[in-house]
Each structure stands twice: as structure tokens, then as C-alpha cells.
Design a protein around this ligand. Structure first.
Ligand SMILES: *Cc1c(COP(=O)(O)O)cnc(C)c1O
Length: 359
């Protein structure tokens, strides 16, 4: 490897975070959500690291699921967004893939399909997010219809929260009430909780949980939270200083010259830019970690490079800089770049080398 931009993924941290989710609900199970290439951490690597203990894996679509199955993953794979074309049902049935079903029309498609084996359906309810799911008023009938079908084996009752990271808002309690009422009397397991609910909404944990972001060690909450504080960040993004210069007061750094030194400043140019997935909107002052101390980026992020303030730091060409990881949280970088850790993790691009610890 010549260019030093890389992520280091600590698979022990991911195992620790998965165990934390399970420990909060020892009677329940957890689908480890590894859609979008395990939020940029590498789906096959993460699945292999969790395979011994994860109850199932959640992905967005059949292509992501098939990748795991073809890599030899044996644990069940759940399609969170369901199928997009009826023809996918053949593979779903053949390989025992679990599938979200989010509309009455899909139930009728399953009823008409010729399948080799019955499938496991996660019947999604729209409890308030207004994205996917069967209306609560139609839910009992949808369940009963699925129950009649030879093409359906098991059914799990599922919904998704839209604001569970805001602990003082009433939205999640409202969604819980809608779900509880609409599922009354239905004899099937429940699945509601995303990471925020796993961590902070005990009544949402139920039979199955769906932790995603927390597996990667990032808290969904803006403030401290007793369970989230036990998470361990799994991904460290680093690169190296490739040039150093002393900038005088009044000189600018980078495109548009939007950083202007107000005093003599030692600037390191680091081989990392927005084409690696570092956010272009990160402002001057976004924290970084250099040689055991905090510093900041300087100037506009370029495609392949950015500037780091090395004033007063023992650092030079070849010094490693951490952009997020255990010393600078991805959430801090997100706060400085008008985004969220999800986009930072999933935005890491192909040319960034991936290195794994504790395989
Ligand atoms: C992505 C996703 C999750 C995981 O959400 P996190 O906030 O990352 O924990 C859970 N359920 C569904 C339906 C999802 O799409």
C-alpha cells in the first residue's frame, strides 16, 4: 500500500457492541444490521466476525443478502426493505431468506407465487414513520391472510421508529401504542427496536431487536446515555502527512482561501479528501488526533488532500493522523460537517484500504 488513507476495523469492538445489545434483553434475539456493506465496515468481514453469536443478519436488499450467502454465512438473512420484484421470491424461498413484507399487494403476490419452500415473512407496520408498511387498521387482516398461505411459514410483527434518538419526544411512545393496539391478540414475535430503542426504550426491545449503528460503536444520542456510553468505536480512519509548510499571518490555505492564518501556523497536508469519504463540508476546526493530541483541520477539504494544524505538535512527513475512531468520535466530525455518523461510515470509498483487527 502506498497511499496511506485507510480504515482499521476492530472486530472485537463490533462483537462487544453486539453483546451489549443482547445483554440488554437476554430473553430476546438480535438481527445484526449489516446493510450498506455493514455501514462501510465490510459486510462479509463483519458477518464472519459475528456469525458465532448473531441470531441473524439484516440487509437492505437481495443483492446484499446473496453476497453473504455466497460467502458461506449460515445464519438467517433478513431483507429489511423486502423484495422489489416478484421474481426475487424464488431465491428468497430457495435459500430461506427472511423477507419484510410491507404492503397488501405484496401479500397477494406471495399468495400467487409458485415457491419451492414456504418463506418467513416480517410483516411491517407503518406505525407513524410513513415510509413503508401496512396501515395499522389493515394489519390484523394482513396477518390473518398471511396465516392462511401455504407459501408462508413464520411471521414476525415488525415496525420502525422515526425519532427514538430523541428521548424527550413523545413520538416513540405514540408508535409503541399504535403497534401494541394493532397487534393485540396476534400470536407472533415482535420486532421494533433500532439502536436508539435497544439502548434507551426498554419497552421496545421485545422478541427481536435490530441494532445497526450501535454495532459500530457510535451512539445515536447527542448526549451521554448510560448504555450508549459503553459502546466501543469500531472504525478508525487514518492517513499520513505528506507535506509540511510554515504559513505566515495573512496567508491562506486550500481552495477558495477560506482559511486565513492569523499567526504563524504549521500546516500538514494529509492524503485524505472527500473522494475517500471524508466530508467536504467539514469546517476549519473539525477535530483530528495527531501524535497523542487533539488538533483541527484547516481550510477546505479537497478531493484527495486536506490541511491539518500541526502548530506545536511533534509531527512531520509520515506522521499518522486519526480523523475518527476512539480518540475523535465520528459523531464529532459529523457535528462539524452538518451530517450524521451513518453517512460518514457508509461514505468511505473503494480506494480507502480496509485493515481488520482481531479477525
Ligand atoms: C437500518 C435499519 C435499522 C438499524 O437502524 P440503526 O439506527 O442503525 O440501529 C433497523 N431497522 C430497519 C428497518 C432499518 O432499515
Amino acid at each position: 500500500m502506498s497511499r496511506a488513507a485507510k480504515i482499521t476495523v476492530d472486530l472485537d469492538a463490533i462483537r462487544h457492541n453486539y453483546r451489549l445489545a443482547r445483554s440488554l434483553n437476554t430473553a430476546g434475539h438480535a438481527v445484526a444490521i449489516i446493510k450498506a456493506n455493514a455501514y462501510g465496515h465490510g459486510a462479509i468481514e463483519v458477518a464472519k466476525a459475528l456469525e458465532a453469536e448473531a441470531d441473524a443478519f439484516g440487509v437492505a436488499c437481495l443483492e446484499e443478502g446473496a453476497e453473504l450467502i455466497e460467502a458461506g454465512i449460515q445464519k438467517p438473512v433478513l431483507l429489511l426493505e423486502g423484495y422489489f420484484e416478484v421474481s426475487e421470491l424464488d431465491y428468497i424461498s430457495e435459500h430461506g431468506v427472511w423477507c419484510a413484507v410491507h404492503s397488501l399487494a405484496q401479500i397477494e403476490q406471495i399468495a400467487q407465487a409458485k415457491l419451492s419452500k414456504p418463506i418467513t415473512v416480517w410483516l411491517k407496520m407503518n406505525s407513524g414513520m410513513n415510509r413503508l408498511g401496512v396501515h395499522p387498521d389493515d394489519y390484523q387482516a394482513a396477518f390473518k391472510r398471511l396465516k392462511q398461505l401455504d407459501n408462508v411459514s413464520d411471521i414476525v410483527l415488525m415496525t420502525h421508529f422515526f425519532n427514538s434518538d430523541e428521548l424527550d419526544k413523545a413520538d416513540t411512545d405514540k408508535q409503541l401504542a399504535v403497534f401494541n393496539k394493532a397487534t393485540e391478540g396476534l400470536d407472533a414475535p415482535h420486532c421494533m427496536a433500532n439502536s436508539a430503542a435497544v439502548l434507551a426504550w426498554p419497552t421496545a426491545r421485545r422478541d427481536w431487536m435490530r441494532p445497526g449503528l450501535m454495532l459500530y460503536g457510535s451512539s445515536p444520542f447527542p448526549a451521554a446515555q448510560e448504555n450508549a456510553d459503553k459502546l466501543i468505536p469500531a472504525m478508525t480512519l487514518t492517513s499520513e502527512v505528506i507535506a509540511v509548510r510554515e504559513v505566515q499571518a495573512g496567508e491562506t490555505v486550500g481552495y477558495a482561501g477560506n482559511f486565513c492564518a492569523d499567526k504563524p501556523t504549521r500546516v500538514g497536508t494529509v492524503a485524505l479528501g472527500y473522494a475517500d469519504g471524508y466530508p467536504r463540508h467539514a469546517v476549519t476546526g473539525t477535530p483530528v488526533w495527531v501524535n497523542g493530541q487533539r488538533s483541527r483541520i484547516i481550510g477546505r477539504v479537497s478531493m484527495d488532500m486536506l490541511g491539518v494544524d500541526l502548530t506545536g505538535i511533534d509531527a512531520g512527513i509520515g506522521t499518522e493522523v486519526e480523523f475518527w475512531g476512539k480518540n475523535v468520535l465520528a459523531a464529532e466530525v459529523a457535528n462539524h460537517s452538518d451530517t450524521i455518523p451513518y453517512t460518514l461510515f457508509t461514505g468511505i470509498t473503494r480506494r480507502v484500504y480496509k485493515h481488520y483487527l482481531n479477525r
